[in-house]
Design a protein around this ligand. Sequence first.
Ligand code: C5P
Length: 310
Amino acid sequence: MSLASSTGSVHVRAPGKINVYLGVGGRDDDGYHALATVFQAVSLYEDVIARHDDGFSLTVSGVEDVASVPLDDRNLAMRAAKLLAAATEYPGGVALEIRKSVPVAGGMGGGSADAAAALVACDALWGTGLSPARLHDLAARLGADVPFALHGGTAVGTGRGDHLNPALARGRFDWILVTSDQGLSTPVVYQRLDLLREEHGALADDPPMSLDVPIPVLQALRAGDPVQLAEGLENDLQTAAVYERPDLEDVIRQGVAAGALQGIVSGSGPTVALLCPDPETAQDVQTSLREAGLDPLHVHGPVAGARILA
Ligand code: C5P
């Protein structure tokens, strides 16, 4: 038995993410879209504590609207624990406690971070000792963003976003995140993109099924240059997210007016990520947006993926 499992509980922390670049191609037969994306893990974390139990149960704290997070098999962390138990033929269960900081349905992969953390926590608690490659396989079966939450850092995702390659990234990037009380549904935003594409003459399956991340984006990350990265920020889901939530464009405008280099909707939104040139400017932007009645958070990236806390 490992040290972790002998203590009776394991505490894992996993980061939320921003899609610095998100190119969306055509839709596959299974309903998923081809992606070329760059993920960056940022310093906003989900904490998952796993304790031995005969059955499977889940508690969640850190959310205002408790009803917004399911506690049954619709919850990705619960599904992760059960998937690991099935894959390893582990006979027992687990009591999972999730302490949330990443916004629910915010486009920052909070549910995916919970799932990644639950996989790592249960693997340690149960002593099932899966290799990183097998954990990655299970993560990819749970959702397109889950493998990245395991790995963290900065990575290029292709396929559905689950084929990962680490990207070289130097230094630290400062972001102001503006969260929303009301979440956006990821499938709804993808469907809206398909509809908008159809309306503009291109059928939903006309866009390419294989995409690349533009070289200047990768160069900017490698150079640790926020000014260059700001020029490359792009999200193909943004038009669809803004269609559902027109106020997001105002938030980006306000952030840039306050000193941010550029802003982008994070993933399927509605969180807006504003890239700042340095920590001091980020603080100024945060103060200014707070005075305007918004709820801005100052985070930085890249940070590590799902990790057991001592
Ligand atoms: O994989 P995940 O559960 O995060 O995806 C949620 C939904 O987002 C999918 O059911 C699908 O509608 C949409 N999606 C997509 N293409 C992707 C990833 C997600 O259409 N590459």
